[in-house]
Design a protein around this ligand. Sequence first.
Ligand code: B12
Ligand code: SF4
Length: 430
Amino acid sequence: MDNQIILINPPSPFLINQKCFLPLGILYLAAVLEKNNIPVKVIDLAGAEDSLEPALDNYPGRPLYGITASTPQYPYAKKIKDIIKSRNRDARVIIGGSHPSSVPKQCLKDGFDCVVVGEGENAVLDIVKASREKKELPSLIRLPYIPVLDSIPFPARHLLPINSYGYDIGQEGRATTIITSRGCAFSCVFCSKDVWQQGARFHSVDYVIEELRSVISDYGIKHFLFLDDAINLKKERIHDLCLKLKPLRIKWRCYARADFNAKETLLAMKEAGCVEIGVGVESGSQKILDTVGKGSTVARNTSFINECKEAGITANAFIMIGLPGEDYQTVEATRRWMEEARPDKFGFNIFMPYAGTPVYNNPQNYDLLIYDIPQEHSWVKGRQGEYRCYVATSKLSSQEILRLFSELFEYYSRLLNWRPGVGELNRLIA
Ligand code: B12
Ligand code: SF4
């Protein structure tokens, strides 16, 4: 039977490796469609930026297409939509994901037939049903959030060749991704929250264990990246999860908040197979942490790194230069923090504001100037040497931010004796 709908992940040429992770968002949509006996095909166009036309050759003439897009993927999403429409004027092209959720009206202006804001599972079902009944599609859909996350089936991983994806978490064998919650209870002013809004919803621990078991038994994969914004938001839950993870004997990496139930939890995580934690340190300056609403302290960030070391978990500190209010003193504070705390790894980037965030909407309230950002360059972490800066503060021009970034990047690399993109080039880095 023809596929009723084709779901597409556009290329991300700015990433060092485009095929690290399965596009979980559209795989959740596919799972819900399959559960409702609706035929669906998923295409991942990772790496196909120079061959979009031929890449789409195999799939002509479907009535419905759904494209997902983050901001830097959006220019490719538009090109894909144009190709589809040039081949079949009657095809309907829907767009969802982080970028359309922030700027839905712009997507409609750009010629998409329907924009889904926020959670997509119920929306895509409604859209397919409307299309089958030959009803006009609404141009914008924003449905209430699904109250019980466990009612959603596991992502339809079988629709993509999972073995051609992979991420190295420093253990033998590839890792794949899983997400156990949606959203975050905090409100950092640079964080894009238009998909999940404020607050977090959680899968039950039993659901998570069941999903992990199914991935282990279907694909033999035993390494995972938990993609939750912060895995440790609820103390009881993370401890319960760790207890139930132990018998699975998996290795995993995750993101966590530094200011939550640290030491005891870190030890439990280590015992449950956690090898690395990515933590949003952001800056070594308390003034900056307060300005961006991080809700944490520099001292707490330092303790967290130390506690990770004690627990034997690699700490990967994410830091940005060019945040609102940045000046020479705050950059120096970050440099000193790095010297003192010495996390095992770092993700060091220039701040990139995204549409829909408080700082993007009102930069003047935050001592920030934002220049025109070409969408294809709107990434924060990509290929080394290609970084650009599109912000300035009252004390630092964008050129100066770029210069300080490069200087600090070199400094960190020497300090930690680790060069992202060189020593780790053969690893798969997002
Ligand atoms: C894991 C992750 C990554 C991973 C993996 C991405 C992947 N392919 O899975 C890596 C490290 C590669 C990554 C890279 C980047 N990321 Co990222 N990432 C995330 C994170 C933490 C989770 C993504 C996820 O799996 N979510 C779970 C799924 C279920 O949600 P979802 O994809 O949004 O899909 C749901 C809805 O959006 C909707 N939907 C999505 N697509 C569609 C399509 C249709 C047709 C419909 C109807 C509905 C629909 O339905 C889905 C199910 O409900 C999110 C934050 C978050 N919590 O979501 C940030 C996030 C998506 N990333 C962000 C950014 C900025 C980036 C980068 C630009 C960073 C960089 N390197 O410069 C790149 C862009 C990469 C890319 N290809 O788009 C921003 C996006 C902001 C924006 N305006 O686009 C986010 C929102 C973080 C934030 N809060 O600021 N990222
Ligand atoms: S803690 Fe992380 S996910 Fe939560 S609001 Fe801040 S940046 Fe976003």
